[in-house]
Design a protein around this ligand. Sequence first.
Ligand code: NDP
Ligand code: 8X3
Length: 253
Amino acid sequence: MKRTVLITGATSGIGLGCAKKFAANGDRLILTGRNERRLTEICEELKSQGCEVLPLVFDVRDRKAAAAAVESIPEEWQSIDVLINNAGLALGLEPEYEGDMDDWETMIDTNIKGLLTMTRLIVPGMVARDKGHIINIGSVAGDAAYAGGNVYCATKSAVKALTDGLRIDVANTALRVTNLKPGLVETNFSNVRFHGDTGRAKTLYTGIKPLTGDDIGDVALYAANAPAHVQIAEVLILATHQANGSVIVRNGK
Ligand code: NDP
Ligand code: 8X3
Protein backbone atom coordinates (compact mmCIF):
# COMPACT_ATOMS: atom_id res chain seq x y z
CA MET A 1 0.00 0.00 0.00
CA LYS A 2 1.16 3.50 -0.91
CA ARG A 3 2.54 5.57 1.95
CA THR A 4 1.66 9.23 2.42
CA VAL A 5 4.85 11.26 2.91
CA LEU A 6 4.84 14.91 4.00
CA ILE A 7 8.05 16.80 3.20
CA THR A 8 8.55 20.38 4.39
CA GLY A 9 10.70 22.66 2.22
CA ALA A 10 10.32 20.55 -0.92
CA THR A 11 10.83 23.43 -3.39
CA SER A 12 14.62 23.01 -3.47
CA GLY A 13 17.69 20.99 -2.54
CA ILE A 14 17.36 18.18 -0.02
CA GLY A 15 13.57 18.40 0.26
CA LEU A 16 13.26 18.16 -3.51
CA GLY A 17 15.76 15.26 -3.57
CA CYS A 18 13.62 13.43 -1.00
CA ALA A 19 10.45 14.16 -3.01
CA LYS A 20 11.98 12.66 -6.16
CA LYS A 21 13.21 9.52 -4.39
CA PHE A 22 9.94 8.82 -2.53
CA ALA A 23 7.95 9.52 -5.74
CA ALA A 24 10.10 7.02 -7.66
CA ASN A 25 9.45 4.53 -4.84
CA GLY A 26 5.68 4.76 -5.50
CA ASP A 27 4.74 6.81 -2.44
CA ARG A 28 2.31 9.72 -2.56
CA LEU A 29 3.49 13.10 -1.43
CA ILE A 30 2.35 16.17 0.46
CA LEU A 31 4.92 18.82 -0.44
CA THR A 32 5.28 22.16 1.32
CA GLY A 33 7.15 25.42 0.86
CA ARG A 34 6.58 29.17 0.59
CA ASN A 35 7.46 29.51 -3.10
CA GLU A 36 4.09 28.70 -4.66
CA ARG A 37 5.26 28.98 -8.27
CA ARG A 38 8.16 26.56 -7.75
CA LEU A 39 6.02 24.19 -5.68
CA THR A 40 3.39 24.08 -8.45
CA GLU A 41 6.04 23.36 -11.11
CA ILE A 42 7.51 20.51 -9.03
CA CYS A 43 4.08 19.01 -8.33
CA GLU A 44 3.14 19.16 -12.03
CA GLU A 45 6.42 17.46 -12.96
CA LEU A 46 5.92 14.66 -10.40
CA LYS A 47 2.27 14.21 -11.41
CA SER A 48 3.34 13.82 -15.05
CA GLN A 49 5.47 10.89 -13.83
CA GLY A 50 2.41 9.26 -12.22
CA CYS A 51 2.93 10.41 -8.61
CA GLU A 52 -0.03 11.65 -6.55
CA VAL A 53 0.98 14.99 -5.02
CA LEU A 54 -0.72 17.52 -2.76
CA PRO A 55 0.94 20.94 -2.47
CA LEU A 56 0.61 23.05 0.70
CA VAL A 57 1.94 26.61 0.63
CA PHE A 58 2.83 28.04 4.03
CA ASP A 59 5.67 29.37 6.14
CA VAL A 60 6.68 26.91 8.89
CA ARG A 61 7.36 29.91 11.17
CA ASP A 62 3.68 30.84 11.06
CA ARG A 63 2.05 28.51 13.54
CA LYS A 64 -1.51 29.45 12.57
CA ALA A 65 -0.80 29.07 8.84
CA ALA A 66 0.81 25.66 9.47
CA ALA A 67 -2.20 24.49 11.50
CA ALA A 68 -4.62 25.76 8.82
CA ALA A 69 -2.62 24.00 6.09
CA VAL A 70 -2.63 20.70 7.99
CA GLU A 71 -6.35 21.15 8.71
CA SER A 72 -6.97 21.61 4.97
CA ILE A 73 -5.54 18.18 4.09
CA PRO A 74 -8.38 16.07 2.60
CA GLU A 75 -9.45 13.17 4.81
CA GLU A 76 -8.07 10.51 2.48
CA TRP A 77 -4.60 12.09 2.78
CA GLN A 78 -4.64 12.62 6.54
CA SER A 79 -2.99 9.38 7.64
CA ILE A 80 0.56 10.59 7.17
CA ASP A 81 3.07 7.74 7.32
CA VAL A 82 6.33 9.68 7.00
CA LEU A 83 7.05 13.26 8.07
CA ILE A 84 10.30 14.72 6.75
CA ASN A 85 11.09 17.88 8.72
CA ASN A 86 13.49 19.44 6.23
CA ALA A 87 12.59 23.16 5.87
CA GLY A 88 15.48 25.17 7.23
CA LEU A 89 18.31 27.54 6.54
CA ALA A 90 21.52 29.17 7.67
CA LEU A 91 21.98 32.95 7.55
CA GLY A 92 25.42 34.53 7.88
CA LEU A 93 28.84 33.25 8.92
CA GLU A 94 29.90 36.08 11.21
CA PRO A 95 31.52 35.65 14.61
CA GLU A 96 28.86 35.27 17.30
CA TYR A 97 29.62 38.70 18.76
CA GLU A 98 28.96 40.35 15.37
CA GLY A 99 25.98 38.31 14.14
CA ASP A 100 22.74 39.80 12.86
CA MET A 101 20.01 39.31 15.47
CA ASP A 102 17.27 39.16 12.83
CA ASP A 103 19.17 36.34 11.11
CA TRP A 104 19.41 34.51 14.45
CA GLU A 105 15.67 34.85 14.98
CA THR A 106 14.87 33.55 11.47
CA MET A 107 17.11 30.48 11.95
CA ILE A 108 15.69 29.70 15.39
CA ASP A 109 12.08 30.25 14.27
CA THR A 110 12.51 28.06 11.17
CA ASN A 111 14.95 25.32 12.16
CA ILE A 112 13.74 24.76 15.72
CA LYS A 113 10.27 26.20 16.19
CA GLY A 114 9.06 25.32 12.66
CA LEU A 115 10.21 21.72 13.11
CA LEU A 116 8.48 21.59 16.50
CA THR A 117 5.25 23.01 15.08
CA MET A 118 5.11 20.37 12.36
CA THR A 119 5.95 17.62 14.86
CA ARG A 120 3.20 18.81 17.20
CA LEU A 121 0.66 18.92 14.35
CA ILE A 122 1.43 15.58 12.67
CA VAL A 123 2.80 13.20 15.29
CA PRO A 124 -0.36 12.87 17.47
CA GLY A 125 -2.12 11.21 14.51
CA MET A 126 0.81 8.82 14.09
CA VAL A 127 0.70 7.94 17.79
CA ALA A 128 -3.08 7.37 17.63
CA ARG A 129 -2.59 5.03 14.62
CA ASP A 130 0.54 3.47 16.20
CA LYS A 131 2.25 3.92 12.84
CA GLY A 132 4.66 6.47 11.45
CA HIS A 133 8.18 7.67 10.87
CA ILE A 134 9.63 11.10 11.57
CA ILE A 135 12.80 12.00 9.69
CA ASN A 136 14.42 15.22 10.85
CA ILE A 137 17.11 16.87 8.74
CA GLY A 138 19.81 17.79 11.22
CA SER A 139 23.39 18.45 10.15
CA VAL A 140 27.04 17.76 10.81
CA ALA A 141 26.77 21.33 12.13
CA GLY A 142 24.82 19.93 15.08
CA ASP A 143 27.72 17.67 16.13
CA ALA A 144 30.18 20.46 16.85
CA ALA A 145 30.39 24.19 16.17
CA TYR A 146 32.62 25.46 13.34
CA ALA A 147 33.96 28.96 12.76
CA GLY A 148 31.09 31.39 12.19
CA GLY A 149 28.52 28.58 12.52
CA ASN A 150 27.50 29.54 16.09
CA VAL A 151 23.70 30.04 15.96
CA TYR A 152 23.11 27.77 12.93
CA CYS A 153 25.10 25.00 14.67
CA ALA A 154 23.05 25.59 17.83
CA THR A 155 19.80 25.12 15.88
CA LYS A 156 21.06 21.82 14.48
CA SER A 157 22.21 20.68 17.96
CA ALA A 158 18.64 21.46 18.99
CA VAL A 159 17.37 19.27 16.13
CA LYS A 160 19.49 16.42 17.56
CA ALA A 161 18.10 16.96 21.09
CA LEU A 162 14.52 17.20 19.81
CA THR A 163 14.93 14.08 17.66
CA ASP A 164 16.42 12.12 20.55
CA GLY A 165 13.69 13.42 22.89
CA LEU A 166 10.90 12.43 20.51
CA ARG A 167 12.45 8.98 20.06
CA ILE A 168 12.26 8.50 23.83
CA ASP A 169 8.69 9.81 23.97
CA VAL A 170 7.43 7.35 21.32
CA ALA A 171 9.55 4.35 22.33
CA ASN A 172 6.37 2.68 23.61
CA THR A 173 4.82 2.89 20.13
CA ALA A 174 5.70 1.49 16.67
CA LEU A 175 6.87 4.94 15.53
CA ARG A 176 10.45 5.44 14.35
CA VAL A 177 12.48 8.64 14.63
CA THR A 178 15.54 9.44 12.53
CA ASN A 179 18.08 12.28 12.50
CA LEU A 180 19.82 12.64 9.11
CA LYS A 181 22.95 14.78 9.45
CA PRO A 182 24.37 15.82 6.06
CA GLY A 183 27.63 17.66 5.54
CA LEU A 184 28.31 19.73 2.43
CA VAL A 185 25.33 19.39 0.04
CA GLU A 186 25.20 21.63 -3.04
CA THR A 187 21.74 23.23 -2.96
CA ASN A 188 20.45 26.78 -2.63
CA PHE A 189 21.64 26.67 1.03
CA SER A 190 24.79 28.79 0.60
CA ASN A 191 23.06 31.35 -1.64
CA VAL A 192 20.56 31.81 1.17
CA ARG A 193 23.30 31.85 3.82
CA PHE A 194 25.20 34.61 2.01
CA HIS A 195 22.04 36.59 1.24
CA GLY A 196 22.20 35.98 -2.53
CA ASP A 197 25.99 36.40 -2.97
CA THR A 198 26.23 33.52 -5.46
CA GLY A 199 29.97 34.10 -6.05
CA ARG A 200 30.72 33.54 -2.37
CA ALA A 201 28.29 30.61 -2.23
CA LYS A 202 30.10 28.88 -5.11
CA THR A 203 33.44 28.95 -3.27
CA LEU A 204 32.00 26.52 -0.70
CA TYR A 205 31.82 23.83 -3.37
CA THR A 206 35.05 24.43 -5.26
CA GLY A 207 37.78 21.80 -5.11
CA ILE A 208 35.48 19.16 -3.62
CA LYS A 209 32.68 17.02 -4.99
CA PRO A 210 29.80 17.84 -2.65
CA LEU A 211 26.76 15.72 -1.91
CA THR A 212 23.48 16.38 -3.75
CA GLY A 213 19.90 16.55 -2.53
CA ASP A 214 19.35 13.22 -4.30
CA ASP A 215 22.12 11.61 -2.17
CA ILE A 216 20.27 12.61 0.99
CA GLY A 217 16.94 11.50 -0.53
CA ASP A 218 18.48 8.03 -1.03
CA VAL A 219 19.39 7.79 2.67
CA ALA A 220 15.97 9.06 3.79
CA LEU A 221 14.28 6.44 1.61
CA TYR A 222 16.59 3.73 2.96
CA ALA A 223 15.63 4.65 6.53
CA ALA A 224 11.91 4.72 5.66
CA ASN A 225 12.10 1.39 3.81
CA ALA A 226 13.96 -0.46 6.57
CA PRO A 227 11.96 -3.34 8.12
CA ALA A 228 9.51 -2.21 10.84
CA HIS A 229 11.75 -3.50 13.65
CA VAL A 230 14.75 -1.50 12.41
CA GLN A 231 15.03 2.11 13.54
CA ILE A 232 17.77 4.10 11.81
CA ALA A 233 18.26 6.52 14.68
CA GLU A 234 20.95 8.78 13.25
CA VAL A 235 23.08 8.98 10.10
CA LEU A 236 26.03 11.31 9.39
CA ILE A 237 26.44 11.69 5.62
CA LEU A 238 29.61 13.40 4.39
CA ALA A 239 31.30 14.04 1.06
CA THR A 240 34.34 11.78 0.77
CA HIS A 241 36.81 14.65 1.28
CA GLN A 242 34.95 16.12 4.28
CA ALA A 243 35.84 14.75 7.72
CA ASN A 244 33.62 16.90 9.96
CA GLY A 245 32.11 20.39 10.06
CA SER A 246 35.56 22.04 10.02
CA VAL A 247 37.79 19.72 8.00
CA ILE A 248 37.22 19.83 4.23
CA VAL A 249 40.08 18.84 1.93
CA ARG A 250 39.78 20.71 -1.35
CA ASN A 251 41.53 19.44 -4.45
CA GLY A 252 42.02 16.03 -2.83
CA LYS A 253 41.94 13.33 -5.49
P1 NDP B 1 17.67 24.95 0.13
O1 NDP B 1 17.80 26.42 0.39
O2 NDP B 1 17.99 24.43 -1.21
O3 NDP B 1 16.19 24.48 0.52
C1 NDP B 1 15.58 24.92 1.69
C2 NDP B 1 14.10 24.55 1.66
O4 NDP B 1 13.51 24.97 2.90
C3 NDP B 1 13.36 25.24 0.54
O5 NDP B 1 12.47 24.33 -0.05
C4 NDP B 1 12.59 26.34 1.25
O6 NDP B 1 11.36 26.53 0.59
C5 NDP B 1 12.34 25.72 2.63
N1 NDP B 1 12.15 26.74 3.66
C6 NDP B 1 13.06 27.59 4.17
N2 NDP B 1 12.48 28.40 5.07
C7 NDP B 1 11.18 28.04 5.12
C8 NDP B 1 10.05 28.51 5.85
N3 NDP B 1 10.16 29.51 6.72
N4 NDP B 1 8.86 27.91 5.66
C9 NDP B 1 8.74 26.90 4.77
N5 NDP B 1 9.77 26.41 4.06
C10 NDP B 1 10.95 26.99 4.22
O7 NDP B 1 18.57 24.26 1.23
P2 NDP B 1 18.84 22.72 1.59
O8 NDP B 1 18.03 21.84 0.75
O9 NDP B 1 20.28 22.55 1.60
O10 NDP B 1 18.32 22.70 3.09
C11 NDP B 1 17.32 21.82 3.57
C12 NDP B 1 17.63 21.42 4.98
O11 NDP B 1 18.86 20.71 4.99
C13 NDP B 1 17.81 22.57 5.97
O12 NDP B 1 17.20 22.21 7.19
C14 NDP B 1 19.32 22.68 6.14
O13 NDP B 1 19.68 23.23 7.37
C15 NDP B 1 19.69 21.21 6.02
N6 NDP B 1 21.07 20.92 5.68
C16 NDP B 1 21.63 21.43 4.53
C17 NDP B 1 22.95 21.10 4.22
C18 NDP B 1 23.64 21.65 3.01
O14 NDP B 1 24.91 21.62 2.96
N7 NDP B 1 22.95 22.14 1.99
C19 NDP B 1 23.72 20.20 5.07
C20 NDP B 1 23.05 19.78 6.27
C21 NDP B 1 21.77 20.10 6.53
P3 NDP B 1 10.67 27.95 0.25
O15 NDP B 1 11.76 28.91 -0.03
O16 NDP B 1 9.76 27.61 -0.90
O17 NDP B 1 9.90 28.26 1.48
C1 8X3 C 1 24.82 22.43 6.46
C2 8X3 C 1 26.22 21.91 6.44
O1 8X3 C 1 28.57 22.40 7.21
O2 8X3 C 1 27.43 24.11 5.90
O3 8X3 C 1 24.19 22.10 7.64
O4 8X3 C 1 26.83 23.69 8.18
S1 8X3 C 1 27.30 23.10 6.97
